[in-house]
Ligand binder design. Structure first.
Ligand code: GCW
Length: 733
């Protein structure tokens, strides 16, 4: 099962692993134990374990590898195929210039391979990143062909083939045609230059800025491999709460070095730009986007960046949000700011991703309405190379939110999706919460702006309004932790983001199964229960943190654990009481036409549903309505009872997950099994804590008895309120 048991393992493992292994070897030889280090999660879903499971005897049926390695992308593809095929079969594939035997794998483009050119496959519509995988007869020999218009397309196709092999799928009769539905598929790192990661729960930033550009951590290559394997084609290296210094020559050299490592894997680098950079590092007196000097500064800066990094992707900007500088500081609009930057990067083919996560410093209106209010009037005024980046929901990456009303409301502007991969509100890295279903729910949500079927996916893929430029971003959960994401299961969220970015129509369940097979085992006795756990996990978090549409009820600042009592402080919309509005009569935020009227930001058929307490899906009930505690739910129970039972249900789902996982002992390598088991135990304790604290608090407001048979919280409310977490990870510095 472990690649390490294969011979000649050195060539197929990342250099970082090899280094760790050489250190370990001495230790393990002395101890006489097998080296199991490779199962520490570092290899992610690229373990290339034989699909049969325990031994490395299964052959992928490939006898010959025919692929040129002349360009850096081709060389990366070749290396990956060699590594994967060797690990999967136990022997290195025989390399050849042309197909000369049955069972060959022929990889390349018509331009790079005369044999492929002669096949004359139709590659129309595959664009720059799509590919075909076909079973064919080449020179009289049964061959698997991976081909594309570009080297990067062939790289993506090769990863797809390796995925099939890892899942033990037959290579007979293949005819696969794939192209990404979205152009810009990027990670957003909220990484600071001192390596602190905002809302990061996986150690420090992987970008070792201090040692760059001299030291190129081999991790960067493995990062690029992992991203390329799921089609992620870009990364924003630094936090949206940006430091202007990243744009200074010293840091741009470091950025260029990273770009050099990522380039062979089809990844571009982007940077978050601090809007006031012309003042902070340029010595200007203003950052007004309509000021000619400021415009000149950004053009010069863009020229400097592109001279170092010709394929630089562009800038991401958080402006006039949560204290960040922006064009409104000068009475200008978001479009003025975005367009100035867009003009600076346009000559080089760059783009600007301008975030719509804004809420005003003063505006007293429902925070859920503010982004829409600020951006809809600007529709049609952005340059062609601007994408407006919109979070999936209008508040902030909550365990469940209705889709953001901006989707569908700005038809003349390409909107890109921003999902959070890191689990700021879903239990940090210790809770198992697979976000595939969250992403899927949002992508499938029907905005109805052009009638039924106007899904969010069709807004962002440009098909609804005919946009050429499209994109999606995921706030990364990657750090310096050995297993990259802080927990083994959090790797699945990175994976699912990439897969859905490539094709938003994929099913999160299928993705979970695919990931499980490659990450843990192909054994159905593992795949089925693990996928079951994953698919139930997000709903469990919703249940134990606050179901039925509750939101923003977490601890203040650090966002760790429950805090439904949070009130006071600098602004109302940073409190929990602002969002849940619980009082003696009931609970929930009235966003109906009689309340804040946020419902009217949706297309009329959607607005009508959300406006009507009887038709609003129960999962969003308290998001849109203030509901009496004794209001009967669809199952007949009073709201109060249902809420309490949901808290209990969340805890019991986690309990079930633990039992399921314990039953997998012996089927999963002990190291990862033990860590997941320990994390599930933490999750159970913390789910219980969320439940107890929330029930204690809401009971103090509702004054109602607990439903029959429900255990009271073990501590008084004051106990929960007094808990403090001054050093919780990821908090804003
Ligand atoms: O969710 C909030 C986070 C902030 C974050 C902000 C944003 C980067 O708590 O840490 O800042 O959203 O998305 O800009």
């Amino acid at each position: 099962m472990l690649p390490l048991t294969h011979s000649a393992g050195e060539t197929r493992r990342p250099r970082a692993v090899r280094f760790a292994l050489s250190l370990l070897c001495g230790i393990t030889l002395l101890a006489g134990a097998p080296a199991l280090q490779a199962e520490d999660g570092y290899d992610l879903w690229l373990r290339y374990a034989a699909p049969g499971g325990a031994s490395a005897t299964a052959s992928p049926g490939i006898t010959q590898l025919v692929a040129v390695a002349d360009s850096p992308v081709q060389a990366a593809t070749h290396r990956e195929l060699q590594r994967g095929l060797e690990a999967l079969s136990g022997t290195a594939p025989v390399g050849a210039k042309t197909v000369t035997r049955a069972g060959a794998l022929l990889v390349g483009t018509p331009a790079s391979s005369p044999q492929i050119a002669r096949l004359g496959f139709d590659l129309d519509g595959l664009g720059d990143e799509g590919y075909r995988i076909r079973s064919a007869v080449v020179g009289g020999h049964a061959t698997t062909v991976v081909t594309a218009n570009t080297d990067v397309g062939a790289l993506y196709g090769s990863f797809h083939l390796l995925r099939l092999l890892q899942a033990g799928q037959s290579l007979d009769g293949l005819d696969i045609r794939e192209a990404p539905r979205l152009d810009v598929r990027v990670l957003n790192h909220w990484d600071n230059l001192d390596r602190y990661v905002e809302r990061g729960y996986a150690g420090q930033s992987i970008w070792d800025w201090h040692r760059l550009p001299g030291w190129l951590d081999p991790r960067y290559t493995d990062y690029a491999r992992a991203n390329a394997s799921i089609g992620i084609n870009g990364t924003v290296l630094n936090n949206v709460n940006a430091n202007a210094e990243v744009l200074t020559p010293m840091y741009l050299d470091k950025v260029a070095a990273i770009a050099g490592v990522l380039r062979p894997y089809g990844m571009k680098v982007y940077l978050s730009a601090r809007f006031s950079a012309p003042m902070e590092i340029g010595g200007l007196a203003t950052a007004d986007p309509l000021d000619a000097g400021v415009q000149r500064w950004w053009k010069t800066k863009a020229d400097e960046v592109y001279a170092l990094i010709p394929d630089f992707g562009g800038f991401l900007v958080k402006a006039n949000s949560e204290g960040q500088p922006g064009p409104q500081d000068y009475g200008r609009s978001h479009a003025d700011g975005a367009n100035m930057l867009a003009d600076a990067v346009a000559p080089h083919g760059g783009i600007v991703m301008w975030r719509a996560f804004v809420y005003s410093d003063e505006e007293p209106v429902d925070r859920a309405k503010q982004a829409y209010n600020e951006f809809v009037p600007l529709d049609g005024t952005f340059r062609d190379n601007v994408l407006v980046q919109v979070k999936n929901g209008a508040i902030d990456f909550q365990p469940r939110e209705p889709f953001h009303p901006l989707f569908g409301a700005m038809p003349k502007t390409p909107l890109m999706m921003e999902f959070q991969i890191t689990k700021e509100y879903l239990g940090f890295s210790t809770h198992l919460a697979y976000k595939g279903p969250l992403y899927e729910d949002v992508l499938d949500a029907d905005t109805q702006v052009q009638g039924p079927g106007s899904t969010v996916a069709r807004v962002i893929d440009g098909s609804l309004d005919g946009h050429a430029l499209t994109g999606i971003a995921g706030v990364a959960n990657i750090g310096s932790d050995r297993n990259w994401s802080g927990s083994h299961f959090d790797q699945a969220n990175w994976y699912a983001f990439g897969r859905l970015a490539w094709n938003p129509a994929l099913s999160s369940r299928d993705i979970a199964a695919e990931w499980t097979r490659m990450t843990f085992s192909n054994d159905p006795a593992v795949v089925e229960p693990v996928v079951g756990m994953m698919m139930a996990s997000r709903e469990a978090v919703v249940d134990y943190t606050g179901a039925l549409g509750l939101h923003h009820v977490m601890g203040r600042g650090h966002h760790y654990g429950p805090g439904p009592w949070v009130e006071g402080g600098p602004r109302a919309d940073w409190t929990s009481v602002y969002f849940h509005r619980a009082d003696a009569n009931g609970i929930g935020f009235d966003r109906t036409r009689r309340g804040s009227d946020a419902v009217s930001q949706y297309a009329p058929p959607v607005a009508e549903v959300f406006d009507d307490v009887a038709r609003t899906p129960e999962e969003f009930l308290l998001w849109f309505h203030h509901v009496p505690w004794d209001q009967p739910m669809r199952n007949g129970r009073p709201l109060w009872d249902e809420l309490v039972l949901r808290y209990d249900r969340g805890v019991s789902t986690v309990r079930d997950m633990r039992v399921t996982w314990a039953g997998l002992d012996g089927r999963i390598d002990p190291e990862r099994h033990a860590q997941v088991a320990a994390f599930l135990a933490i999750q159970q304790d913390e789910a219980q804590w969320w439940r107890d604290a929330s029930v204690a608090y809401f009971q103090s407001i509702s004054g109602r008895p607990l439903p029959a048979g429900v255990a009271p919280p073990p501590h008084p409310l004051e106990y929960y309120k007094a808990l403090e977490f001054p050093h919780a990870p990821g908090d804003t510095q």
